[in-house]
Ligand binder design. Structure first.
Ligand SMILES: O=C(CO)COP(=O)(O)O
Length: 248
């Protein structure tokens, strides 16, 4: 069966709650496309107002992060149960900005992935190399390691429902998009790695996105690649362009 594409916006640290409502209202007629899953991953404080504004549309509201404990003395963190209670289904885990600025590691990513599945949340698991790693020729080794650790103790059934976002760090927010060949090569390597860990059926089911300077002009070529099942979109998800990306 063909995999349904999943196109997600990552708003990062943008949009106050009232701006979030305005943006959802602007984008909702533009992102109508039932052929793909459309997700807006928004700051925690925007989840509830964005969810209200998106009611009755095809838009899923997702989160940008969550903690790996159930509850307790973790000042400032958001628990999986909080997300579930608010109606969230998708949560970004291990974005490179979380790894760089908030000390997330492959191990904490794995803990968060396991906790997300425990709560029936679908993780959008981010991976991707730095420019130095690409120049050193270790991109695929590095990404395979990230994937292998992220999926430790994850069952095949859970993995089949997961989303992986391949985001080369050098392409994030830089306007330097990976070539379609580069993006396809790594997304295929990720799928092959999933086949090695699990089996062919799991590899055929998991959805793999590309992220990094996705725009209205490059989306259709990227999403046409055999192993690219959609995108994780930063800057362009805050603009009407996102409508064009969703209707690539
Ligand atoms: O980090 C990204 C999405 O998670 C990509 O950001 P840009 O689309 O702004 O490059």
């Amino acid at each position: 069966m063909a995999r349904k594409k999943i196109i997600a916006g990552n708003w990062k640290m943008n949009m106050t709650p009232s701006q979030a409502v305005e943006l959802v209202n602007t984008l909702k007629p533009l992102v109508a496309n039932d052929a793909v899953d459309v997700v807006f991953c928004v700051p925690a404080i925007d989840i509830i107002p964005a969810m209200e504004a998106a009611k009755g549309t095809n838009i899923h509201i997702g989160a940008e992060n969550m903690y790996f404990e159930e509850k307790g003395a973790y000042t400032g963190e958001i628990s999986p149960a909080m997300l579930v209670d608010a109606g969230v289904k998708y949560v970004i885990i291990g974005h490179s900005e979380r790894r760089e600025y908030f000390a997330e590691t492959d191990e904490t990513v794995n803990k968060k992935v396991l906790k997300a599945f425990e709560h029936n949340l679908t993780p959008i698991i981010c991976c991707g190399e730095t420019l130095t790693q690409r120049e050193q020729g270790v991109t695929i080794d590095f990404v395979r390691q990230q994937i292998k650790i992220a999926f430790l103790n994850v069952t095949a059934q859970q993995a089949a429902s997961a989303v992986v976002a391949y985001e080369p760090i050098w392409a994030i927010g830089t306007g330097k998009v990976a070539t379609t060949e580069q993006a396809q090569e790594v997304c295929k390597a990720i799928r092959d790695c999933i086949a090695e860990i699990y089996d062919d059926a799991t590899a055929a089911a998991i959805r793999i996105q590309y992220g990094g300077s996705v725009s209205a002009s490059n989306a259709s070529e990227l999403f046409a690649q055999a192993d690219i099942d959609g995108g994780l979109v930063g800057g362009a998800s805050l603009k009407p362009d996102f409508g064009q990306i969703v209707n690539y």
